[in-house]
Design a protein around this ligand. Structure first.
Ligand code: ADP
Ligand code: MG
Length: 437
């Protein structure tokens, strides 16, 4: 080995492989880690921020030591110090405007970290050999953690490998809507043909099959028909099969019969890598401090991380200079409304639904009996229960002191109407989706 810096480069490559680090993560922490000198069996290194120092020390120091030893044959100590970079004199040209990429749901654009690497690997494996190993593949994790992204990436990959593959991607909503419309045309045979002739069936958000017994029945048969022919089925859900209430036992057993892969919220390094990657995609030059700040503040939802970058992009689009810390603060405040306390959320939900029905929030909390107002009130009750999970008493209190049985009655009315009127059901789901964006 020529020099300490050559040696150090080898050490880093080994570390990267051992820890299965994604390129973005690696670049974030190691691209500016500088080998300064080697003396008394100690490697002296320099990084650029206290934050990186912490991560390097707590997560990667042992690994680096082990790899130094592997290459040198004797134990090595590591000393890392922080040296802030001088401000770049040269003006970097501002990258051109980059509208959101339509093809963003690819494996390449998916940042892999400890929380999602299992699901990621499972999808890649299935994309390579659909129908052959994990069938079904059931991916679950909370909203905004990348389930739809993985599903679409898998679909793309399968099509790339086999352009003739017959693949259906659908949500469980669409599946049920589709069934309703074929039923209405008394054309179930065609429905069966459509879903049972595919090579790969991807169904997003199967938790919505909850409470829909007749659909579950149909789905069960579709599912069996496909898996018996070794056709790949991939499902996603916001919770594991055992937590989907009122799922029939046989369907639950089927869901659990392949591979269950969960996605956990991303750790700090993955969050930083995601912010960095999204910023790159928007051609946005975010300082390391801003990246770190966003990743620290938004912990549970990748959609929010992305939302913050998008907001900063919008705020900064007319500016000649790089985004400021203040912009980041504001962007975070904006996307955090999603994390607001239940009380505030309840208020927002009431406002939103009132607005949707062209009435006022006071109408909703009143005792007025006009059909439109009564319907909006019932929908509010239903949506409050879906989104906030409050008790019937709490919901009653929120809509102007109604009692528990009124609330209960409203919910059953809405459920019935949703069963009978697909358009109404879509409206309700649309409201829920919009409120959860
Ligand atoms: P879910 O379906 O679990 O609610 P999505 O797949 O819709 O979540 O992800 C929300 C957003 O976050 C999408 O824009 C997606 O591209 C992005 N996203 C999620 N996970 C990752 C990841 N690991 N790397 C890059 N982007 C991600
Ligand atoms: Mg999704």
């Amino acid at each position: 080995m020529e020099s300490f810096s050559d040696l150090f480069e080898q050490v880093l490559l080994l570390c990267k492989a051992d820890a299965e680090m994604a390129d973005v993560t690696f670049n974030l922490f190691f691209s500016d880690l500088k080998p300064v000198s080697f003396a008394n069996d100690t490697a002296y290194l320099e990084t650029t921020s206290d934050f990186k120092l912490d991560i390097l020390k707590s997560k990667y120091a042992e690994l680096m030591k082990a790899n130094f030893q592997r290459l040198l044959g004797f134990p090595v100590e590591i000393e890392i110090t922080v040296k802030s970079p001088k401000k770049e004199e040269e003006e970097q040209p501002k990258p051109a405007f980059q509208p959101e990429n339509r093809d963003k749901y690819t494996f390449e654009n998916f940042v892999v970290g400890s929380g999602n690497k299992f699901a990621y690997a499972a999808c890649q494996r299935v994309a390579k050999d659909p129908g052959m190993i994990y069938n079904p593949l059931f991916i679950y994790g909370r909203s905004g953690l990348g389930k739809t992204h993985l599903l679409m990436a898998t679909q793309r990959e399968i099509i790339q490998n086999n352009p003739d593959a017959n693949i259906i991607y659908t949500t469980s909503e669409n599946f049920t809507n589709d069934m309703v419309s074929f039923l209405a045309q008394k054309n179930m045979e065609e429905f069966h043909n459509k879903y049972r002739s595919v090579d790969v069936l991807l169904i997003d958000d199967v938790q919505f099959l909850q409470n829909k017994m007749s659909f579950q029945e149909e789905f069960f048969h579709t599912f069996n028909a496909l898996t018996q022919l070794n056709k790949q089925v991939i499902l996603t859900s916001d919770r594991p099969p055992k937590e989907i209430d009122t799922l029939t036992d046989r369907l639950r057993n089927r869901f659990e019969s392949g591979l269950l892969a969960d996605i956990q919220p991303p750790d700090i390094e993955t969050r930083m890598a995601i912010v960095t990657k999204k910023a790159q995609q928007y051609g946005l030059n975010l300082s390391p401090q801003i990246v770190e700040y966003i990743a620290e503040k938004l912990k549970n939802n990748i959609r929010q991380l992305e939302g913050a970058v998008k907001k900063i992009f919008a705020m900064n689009s007319l500016s000649e200079t790089d985004p400021t810390f203040e912009m980041a603060e504001e962007a975070i405040r904006d996307v955090q409304t999603d994390n607001m306390p239940v009380g505030v959320k309840t208020e927002k939900i009431i406002e939103y639904i009132a607005d949707f029905y062209g009435i006022t929030p006071q109408d909703i909390t009143s005792n007025k009996k006009n059909a439109n107002i009564a319907l909006a009130r019932q929908v509010t009750v239903y949506v409050l229960r879906e989104i906030t999970g409050q008790t019937l008493q709490m919901i009653g209190a929120a809509i102007g002191g109604k009692n528990h049985s009124t609330v209960n009655y409203s919910i059953s009315l809405v459920e019935k109407k949703m069963r009978n009127e697909p358009a109404f059901k879509n409206t309700v789901f649309e409201i829920i989706n919009n409120l959860q964006e």
